[in-house]
Write a protein that binds this ligand. Structure first.
Ligand code: NDP
Length: 416
């Protein structure tokens, strides 16, 4: 690597930009754009900061959770996601809204030990449980003042070589990645001294089966009727789709991606680590050894009933929560006041999103609803200006295969 990149992180903003501009041949206009998006707080969040990458943010409306109607800020680059979240929420609101219950809120971590005799380790941890919990809490004492703290330790044999000591912690209002890692390192040092154990690593686990929200909701069947299908038929087709996601991992992957369209968009808007949520959700979906759809839908005489258990390992404080100014505004818009309300709302959006996607899939198909927004994206990405959009979209709609060539041709014609 050329030495000019050495200590890039220490260089002032303008110097970083000069280096990148020279390397990539950026024009003054491109540099201006990068500078316009510069934000002082963001520079404190990541290394080698250059600019903010803007993603569109919208707001889903009428998301009724535990009797309260919420607006939900959502950050996404995908057309139709926010419309679908609002649509699914409207259907569920007709059945009384979504019920959400945070079953537990513990974060886990593990110490991986190599060549330690499993039964000896298990007995050791059982004998020293209280002492080890105290060591964990002493390494991050403030957590006790927030009402949390290390809760329990257990030991799992992974194979004949490796053993995992699992630590579960109530991390209060924080997601807790940093505090758990601190606790695990303190415990590792102590274990090394006590047992001469060979410790391979000590780290948080993103498997979050003790940070699960149970969400459920129902839709009166009449609400599901379309021009060509009765509510009963649509309901049954959604039940069938839900069953297929239990049977087939290929379908389950897409079923769950639809849920994550809403979950990620809200998680990002609330300044949380969406990779941690993704990791928790997909590992949870595979917890039985087979990857399955996370939500299930059933029918009673009158209603379509959906439910889902979703891990949502997030925090109301910590991470980028305080640093990014939009996060506080988004929480105010959503009228959420603590981690559990945030977890509940994110999981609820996931259920609403899932319902809207399934309904579209089993009725008119997904493309029709997407089409307007897709055509808009197609037009914009091929150079159409805002004022040209109605005309371009209108003409694209008449075509069997609207594509970039067609946009360029239409623009040529209307700009003559
Ligand atoms: P922080 O360490 O930023 O924040 C937690 C801190 O917030 C606590 O240590 C405490 O500090 C303070 N705090 C204030 N009020 C409370 C309260 N009521 N309850 C609990 N803590 C409170 O964040 P996290 O440890 O939560 O880490 C989150 C970030 O870690 C994520 O955003 C992610 O980017 C990153 N991360 C994720 C990993 C993963 O998922 N595998 C791994 C490593 C990092 P004080 O004692 O000073 O008051």
């Amino acid at each position: 690597m050329d030495s000019k990149w050495n200590h890039f992180y220490k260089k002032p903003f303008q110097k970083r930009l000069d280096l990148i501009a020279e390397e990539a041949g950026l024009t003054p206009d491109q540099l201006d754009l990068i500078k316009q998006q510069f934000s002082q707080p963001s520079g404190q969040v990541i290394e080698n900061y250059v600019t903010d990458f803007g993603l569109p943010q919208g707001v889903a409306v009428g998301v009724v959770v535990n009797g309260h109607s919420h607006l939900v800020p959502m950050v996404t680059e995908e057309p139709s996601v926010i419309a679908a979240a609002s649509n699914g929420s409207r259907l569920l609101a007709a059945g009384g809204g979504i019920q959400a219950e945070v079953a537990s809120q513990l974060t886990g971590g593990q110490i991986i030990i190599k060549n330690g005799a499993f039964s000896q380790l298990r007995a050791f941890v059982a004998d020293h449980q209280a002492e080890m919990i105290e060591i964990a809490n002493d390494s991050h004492p403030s957590i006790l003042s927030y009402g949390g703290g290390a809760k329990r330790l257990s030991v799992r044999q992974l194979d004949s070589t490796f053993t995992s000591i699992d630590l579960m912690v109530d991390t209060g209002e924080a997601m807790g990645a940093n505090m758990i890692n601190t606790m695990l390192e303190a415990l590792s040092n102590w274990l090394r001294n006590q047992m001469n154990a060979e410790i391979t690593m000590a780290i948080l686990t993103n498997y979050a089966d003790e940070a699960v929200v149970h969400v459920s909701g129902k839709v009166p069947l009449a609400q599901l009727a379309t021009q060509s299908m009765s509510g009963q038929v649509v309901g049954q087709r959604i039940v069938d789709a839900s069953q297929v996601a239990q049977l087939d991992f290929r379908r389950a992957a897409t079923h769950n991606k639809g849920i994550m369209n809403g979950v990620d968009a809200a998680t990002i808007a609330f300044g949380n680590d969406w990779r941690a949520v993704e990791s928790a959700v997909h590992s949870y979906a595979a917890r039985t050894g087979a990857y399955k759809g996370l939500s299930t839908w059933q029918m009673s005489d009158k209603d379509l009933i959906g439910q889902m258990d979703l891990p949502v390992p997030i925090g109301f404080v910590g991470g980028a929560n305080k640093v990014l100014p939009l996060v506080a505004i988004n929480k105010q818009i959503a009228a959420i006041h603590n981690t559990q309300e945030e977890m509940a709302l994110i999981a609820a959006v996931g259920l609403a999103q899932n319902l809207a996607a399934l309904k579209a899939l089993v009725t008119e198909g997904i493309q029709k609803g997407h089409m307007n927004l897709q055509l808009k994206s197609l037009a914009l990405s091929n150079g159409a200006q805002d004022f040209e959009l109605p005309q371009v979209i209108n003409q694209l709609r008449q075509l069997k295969n609207p594509d970039s060539r067609a946009v360029k041709q239409i623009l040529k014609t209307i700009r003559r």
